[in-house]
Design a protein around this ligand. Structure first.
Ligand code: G1P
Length: 290
């Protein structure tokens, strides 16, 4: 069983980032020199997946255009002899096969994933949430795929978070396995009320799911926040077959949050081959003088 397809839900309104996201999708906000969604797509490509399914909504065509071939721009760049830039842009459109499906109503993450069911069919697939950006040596998606090669069951990526933040995440309870940083999932709950969980293991937006999840989502009723929650469907899946959780290696940024986004800009800027050194020097100076 190979994981060949990845679903990236991009239908969300991005209200946490208004007014920046009034006229552009939040996934098109820039980190250094590319939109956040491009980092996610590059992670998928670097992990060896063949196809991406964007779950979109009205007003998200800029994302599709970004990964498309722009004939007009290409012609203008050629005319101006800006061939290197032209090639860079064409590379973006040749990264990977992309399909889009529409989520017709904002009914929640579980519903967004369910919307991709006919394109996925009967095979395991990956889910990546665009708000979660992970800087790591081995792409986070690849770390999960390596575990999938061993266990052949659903996997959620997790990270330990301070107890006072558990109410912002899906939280799992699990049993340690023999494999390092890997747990067998026992229970999970979406955004538990403060003080109602002892676990600090938070789900981060990377999953590998068995196709049975679609049958479960068919009948999953609205949960936290009145939305059809993926976490509720995952809990039901754990009752049918095994599920694993893996603490991944890397630094995660919540790019859907203003502070997380600023931290991501700094981290990706410091790692940028052409800009990193200068930015490091500048940051030292700013911290000392402001
Ligand atoms: C979603 C999931 C949640 C997970 C989080 C990770 O929540 O529902 O289980 O912990 O992503 O970023 P959201 O942040 O979209 O509300």
């Amino acid at each position: 069983m190979k994981v060949r397809k990845a679903v990236i839900p991009v239908a969300g309104l991005g209200t946490r980032f208004l007014p920046a996201t009034k006229a552009i999708p939040k996934e098109m906000l820039t980190i250094v020199d590319r939109p956040t969604i491009q980092y996610i797509v590059e992670e998928v490509v670097a992990s060896g997946i063949d196809q991406i399914i964007f779950v979109t909504s009205e007003g998200k065509s800029a994302i599709e255009n970004h990964f498309d071939y722009n004939f007009h721009l290409d012609a203008v760049l050629k005319e101006k002899n800006k061939t290197i830039l032209g090639e860079e842009l064409n590379n973006i459109s040749n990264l990977i096969d992309i399909v889009s499906v529409r989520q017709k109503k904002p009914l929640g993450l579980g519903h967004a994933i369910w919307t991709a069911r006919n394109v996925i069919g009967d095979e395991p697939f990956m889910v990546l949430l665009g708000d979660d950006m992970v800087l790591s040596k081995v792409p986070c998606a690849k770390q999960l795929l390596d575990l999938f090669d061993e266990v052949g069951e659903s996997i959620v990526a997790i990270q330990r978070v301070p107890m006072e933040e558990t109410s912002q995440y899906g939280i799992i309870e699990g049993e340690k396995t023999d494999r390092e940083k890997t747990y067998k999932v026992k229970r999970m709950v979406e955004k538990p009320a403060p003080g109602t969980t002892d676990s600090d293991m938070a789900i981060i937006g990377r999953y590998i799911l068995m196709p049975e999840i679609f049958d479960i989502l068919d009948t999953t009723t609205p949960g936290h926040g009145g939305e059809i929650q993926l976490t509720d469907a995952l809990l039901a899946l754990t009752r049918r077959r095994a599920m694993y959780a893996q603490e991944f290696e890397g630094t995660r940024f919540d790019a859907g949050d203003k502070m997380g986004y600023l931290k991501a800009i700094i981290a990706y800027g410091l790692r940028h081959p052409a800009l990193g050194k200068q930015l490091r020097a500048h940051l030292k100076e700013v911290v000392a003088t402001l």
